[in-house]
Design a protein around this ligand. Sequence first.
Ligand code: GTQ
Ligand code: FE2
Length: 316
Amino acid sequence: MEQVREAGFAGAESIERLYELLHATGMGPGWNKPEPSLWPLPKRTFVPAHWQYSLSRPAMDAAGRFVGTELAERRNLILFNPAAGDRYATARTMVAAYQMVKANETARSHRHSPNALRLVVDTRPGAYTVVEGKKIPMVPGDVLLTPNWCWHGHSNESDGNAYWIDFLDAPLVHLLGPMFFEPFPGGMERTEEVDESSPMRFPFAAVRARLDSMTPPGSKQVRLGPPYLDSMALFVTRLESGSTVVTERATDNSIFAVIEGGGRSIVEETEFEWRRGDVFVVPSWHKHTFRAAQTSYVLRVSDEPVMEKFNWRRQE
Ligand code: GTQ
Ligand code: FE2
């Protein structure tokens, strides 16, 4: 760094020289930046995108031929946003991933500061996530929570591969910095205790029953909880066959996963057709129109609690 004294600034003969001296002293002119630091409305940096289970499932099976869970911490496929420069986050604050654990295989226990949850897609009886020493059954359509710093591992004691979708706030932790991770001593946390009615489990059968009993007909939504994750709100919506549901631009990011049914979504200029097991992302400040072709149940994972906390929750 160039040695600059007071006299250097006093003697600067041009604005260009002033910029040089400023740069050399670790300062930048706030009035002359290539990009402004404030702008009137949220930028649409992340882009709408869609991932099909019909592709990711054979991809996981292929990974299963090469990658064992004794080597990999998790056999997961990261759904990174196609926005320029991104190789990890699905939306600004959250990541979604498909994960598979083979029959009679475990994925060892660990804990970490990011919050996580999973939506079960295809399992047979005997597939469990072990959370804090208890086996929680993984039944298709169920949502399982593993809040920040809870021990968790996966144990597939069934006779078929188990497939699900993970959601974590890890990109938010990357942005803010407080990442911590610890492996469970000795690997898998072993237990014989099965907890069917764990507070960390939202069985789809119960969620569906709540949605189906709601009146009037139209779009129906429930928020999962308590308990609630601090950073992500979870909603399950029942879309009626043939219905259209419009959501205006909002500051929160949403990742959707299809529990059951089929339809299309139009996210600003991007359109995709989704079905069971698919994932799609509606990033911040994108208008979203649902068109359900069949009665559908869709999970939405939103960073709305973060926006709410800081008074940044807005809709156009
Ligand atoms: O299952 O614990 O997709 O820790 C990424 C990180 C899943 C998990 C992921 C994880 C997990
Ligand atoms: Fe984990």
